[in-house]
Design a protein. Structure first.
Length: 111
């Protein structure tokens, strides 16, 4: 007598069916190069403002998206906000970056 049904193995604990679903850790690029992750508090707003100012000073135009959905934030492995994601890579979390710090990160990634 079996008490528990054996689970079918798959990539992300989700039935993939035709294989069209990607692994849970992979992110879909929604066209936004820069994402600020956070609830919308003052620290998150300051980080977003600093990112915009850094881009202006560098003369670069990148789309900025502010993610406030905690499920989506957690999917990046973030437990401390604000966080900064560039090209789907978490580059900072748990602190408000200065304009200079943001510029250095952007130049490192683009460089």
């Amino acid at each position: 007598m079996k008490l528990f049904k054996k689970k079918e193995k798959n990539c992300c604990n989700v039935q993939c069916g035709d294989g069209s679903m990607k692994r849970g850790l992979e992110k879909k690029d929604k066209g936004s190069r820069i994402k600020v992750l956070g609830s919308g508090c003052a620290k998150c707003a300051t980080l977003e403002k600093n990112v915009k100012e850094a881009l202006d000073e560098l003369g670069q135009e990148m789309s900025i998206e502010h993610i406030t959905d905690f499920t989506e934030i957690a999917s990046y492995g973030i437990m401390s906000t604000p966080a900064l994601v560039i090209d789907e890579k978490v580059v900072s979390f748990g602190k408000v970056l200065t304009i200079e710090e943001v510029k250095n990160i952007i130049l490192t990634i683009d460089g």
